[in-house]
Design a protein. Structure first.
Length: 102
């Protein structure tokens, strides 16, 4: 799962191969996001390729953040798996496995 997206109001977590294994690229993304208004804090994990973004929904929306990340080439929303899709897929796999024993 190279791209992943989990969103709740005020917090976004995106997984992107762009920063995986690269502190320099992670810093680049953090600097880019810090230039957007309404961003409160950012945490990047280069081991997982994950960036967690806390923002003020009164100042900036999640769609604006994602649009800017995509436009800059840091994230591809069209390839992202959402949390709901991930849970559905895991549940479907588990159900298929259990059905083998019924």
């Amino acid at each position: 799962m190279p791209y992943y997206l989990h969103q709740v109001p005020g917090r976004l977590r995106v997984k992107t191969p762009f920063i995986k294994g690269s502190e320099k690229r992670a810093s680049e993304v953090q600097d880019f996001l810090n230039r957007l208004g309404g961003i409160e804090s950012i945490s990047a994990n280069t081991v997982t390729g994950s960036v967690t973004i806390y923002y003020d929904p009164a100042e900036i929306g999640q769609d604006t953040i994602l649009h800017n990340l995509s436009r800059a080439g840091y994230f591809d929303r069209s390839k992202a798996t959402t949390n709901d899709q991930y849970i559905f897929s895991a549940a479907s796999s588990a159900l298929s496995f259990v059905a083998l024993f019924i």
